[in-house]
Structures are given as structure tokens and as C-alpha cells.
Design a protein around this ligand. Structure first.
Ligand code: GZL
Length: 327
């Protein structure tokens, strides 16, 4: 946006000078498209954090498919859940002078320097999905789920199930990520005081890492005796945990399990009786983010904070809804 105004001023002054000498102002793709930029004028940078879960796969597909449909030139990369890889991908996009950056931050902290570089280069940044702790003046907007509310919704399910108290385990997401921080905070804020979280470990949002964590839990705690429920921060870790539970002889319904995301895998786990609720977290953000990016290119203002509207899914209609799920 800042670059566009500078270019427009430069073009006007150049045009005035050249007009005085009778020449044509040099064409400038950026300035000439505002305020009528189209998606086909857009180069959009999306340094995706990884491919750790079905949710992430669906989020990536949303950005790639929508870019293809609308003619956006998408610069995509996969950081394999490493912040340093996201930061170097961002710097590469800044050097390529992209029009807009969408950043799905793997963790909340450590973005000030690279966001300042993007701002100084006149490239607006939209924070996508998880949040950042950096100052709001370093990015144009944030769009994503209310992670704290997701945690509160999970707690409400445990409060309904265990009005007289219980002991529960927590399998949390990536340490330091806005999703794990928010879900844990909301869960604790809303949980009935009689329900005790006896242990919490991270499974980094992946099936592979959740399996050994659940196995270790089962070495320490007797299911149904030492704990009656598990709050799991995403469906992929839930599927990993189910593998360990099955191997330990636990049956569907023996434990009260609430997960997050609402992926097909989570719906199947509800159909099979393993999950008693699945808190929705919508990954299909591509269309909205590109709309926001086009407005920025055209010098229009956008909402500083856009929270996706979500719900909670239950086993009662999981089988009926499963075939309709987009992710
Ligand atoms: C939440 C998103 C989380 C999902 C996980 O918005 O960042 O990351 O809940 C994904 O499935 O890995």
C-alpha cells in the first residue's frame, strides 16, 4: 500500500516532467492497477508452516485451489513446522517484491524483525490462522479461529459430563503456538473446579508424536480409574492416541474424549465412539484471505481482526455429516 502511493506520486511527477518534454510516463504495473487491481494482478506469498495434520493439508488446499480459480500468482512454501524456515521464506518473498503476504505463524513469538522488514518494504501482511504476539502495527489484519473459545467449548463438554468432578489428561498442540496456548487457556478458564487436569503433554499436533505421549500416559495412569477423560487439541493427535488406547485394551466410550478441528478423521472417531465431541476449527480460509489481500492492493481498509464462525460437532449426527465434510 505504502509502495503504491510512492509509485503513484513518482508516476505523476514523472508524467508532469515528461509531459513538459512531450514523452510518455513509464508504465508501472503496481500503480496502474490500483484502485482497480484484479486477482490476476496479485502475487501472494504464503509461507505455510508445515503439513503436520489433515487440518493443515486442507488449509494448504484452500489457498492453492482458490489461487488457481482466481488467477492469483501464489508463492507457496512448506516450513516443516520450523519458524526459521518460515522467516527465510518471508525474506525471499520480500526480495521478490510480492504484493501481499499471508503468514500462518507456527508459534506466537519471534516475528517482529521480519514483519518490520515487510512493512519497510511496503508489503502488507495478513496473519492467518494462529496469532502472533508482535505489535498490531506490524501487520494489516489477523483472520482465524478464536482458539480460547475453542478451549472453553471443550471445557463446557466436560462440565456437562462430569458435574461432580473427574480427573482428565490433556494432549496439547505445538508448544508456543497460538492454537495450543489459546485452547489450553480457554479450557482451564471454563473447566468446573471439581475437574482436575492431572497431566498435560504436547503431541505437536501430529499423530506420530501423540502416540508415544499417550503410551507414556497409559504407563502412569490407569484409564477409567486414575483418569476419566482426555482433552486433545486436534483430531490428528486424537487418532494417534486412539492407537495407543486400543493397544492398551481401552474400548470406545470407556473414556470421555473431546477433540478439536472437525476433520473427517475426527468425525470417523465420533462415529466409532471414541470422541464424544469435536470442536470445529475451520481451515478453509483461502477465499476470505485473497479478498482481504485484493482490498489492500486497491488501497481499501480491511477489518483488523476477523474471527471465523464455528460450532461443536457430536456423535449423534456424525455419520450423517461425514460424507459432506470438505476436510
Ligand atoms: C488451528 C491450527 C491447528 C489445528 C491443527 O487453527 O493452527 O494446527 O488445530 C493444525 O490440526 O496442525
Amino acid at each position: 500500500m505504502f509502495r503504491f502511493k510512492k509509485h503513484i506520486l513518482l508516476i505523476v511527477v514523472t508524467a508532469m516532467l515528461l509531459a513538459a518534454c512531450g514523452g510518455k510516463a513509464p508504465a508501472s504495473e503496481k500503480a496502474s492497477c490500483a484502485p482497480n487491481c484484479q486477482y490476476t494482478d496479485m502475487t501472494f506469498c504464503y509461507p505455510q508452516l508445515g503439513a503436520e495434520s489433515d487440518w493443515r493439508t486442507a488449509n494448504t488446499a484452500s489457498f492453492k485451489e482458490t489461487a488457481g480459480e482466481r488467477g492469483v500468482r501464489l508463492i507457496f512454501s512448506d516450513a516443516q513446522q520450523k519458524q526459521e524456515n518460515q522467516i527465510s521464506a518471508l525474506r525471499s518473498c520480500i526480495q521478490q517484491e510480492v504484493d501481499v503476504i499471508g503468514l500462518p505463524p507456527v508459534v506466537e513469538d519471534g516475528w517482529e524483525a521480519v514483519l518490520t522488514e515487510a512493512k519497510n518494504a511496503g508489503i502488507p501482511v495478513i496473519i492467518v490462522d494462529r496469532s502472533v504476539s508482535a505489535s498490531k502495527d506490524l501487520y494489516a489484519s489477523h483472520i482465524g479461529s478464536d482458539m480460547k473459545l475453542e478451549g472453553e467449548r471443550a471445557a463446557a463438554e466436560f462440565n456437562k459430563q462430569f458435574p461432580n468432578g473427574a480427573k482428565v489428561l490433556e494432549l496439547s498442540g505445538t508448544t508456543g503456538s497460538g492454537a495450543a496456548v489459546g485452547r489450553a487457556e480457554g479450557f482451564r478458564a471454563k473447566l468446573n473446579a471439581k475437574i482436575e487436569i492431572i497431566d498435560s503433554q504436547t503431541g505437536n499436533f501430529t499423530r506420530a508424536e501423540a502416540l508415544p505421549v499417550m503410551q507414556a500416559f497409559l504407563q502412569k495412569y490407569k484409564p477409567g480409574v486414575d483418569f476419566q477423560g482426555i482433552f486433545i487439541h486436534n483430531d490428528d493427535m486424537g487418532i494417534g492416541a486412539i492407537e495407543a488406547l486400543k493397544a492398551a485394551g481401552v474400548k470406545p466410550g470407556d473414556l470421555f474424549i473431546v477433540s478439536v478441528d472437525g476433520t473427517r478423521g475426527g468425525f470417523q472417531a465420533m462415529v466409532d465412539g471414541w470422541f464424544q465431541a469435536d470442536v470445529e476449527c475451520n481451515p478453509l480460509l483461502g477465499p476470505q484471505v485473497y479478498e482481504m489481500a485484493l482490498k489492500l492492493m486497491n488501497g481499501q481498509t480491511i477489518e483488523r481482526e476477523v474471527l471465523t464462525d464455528e460450532t461443536v460437532y457430536y456423535p449423534a449426527n456424525a455419520a450423517e455429516l461425514l460424507p459432506t465434510r470438505k476436510y
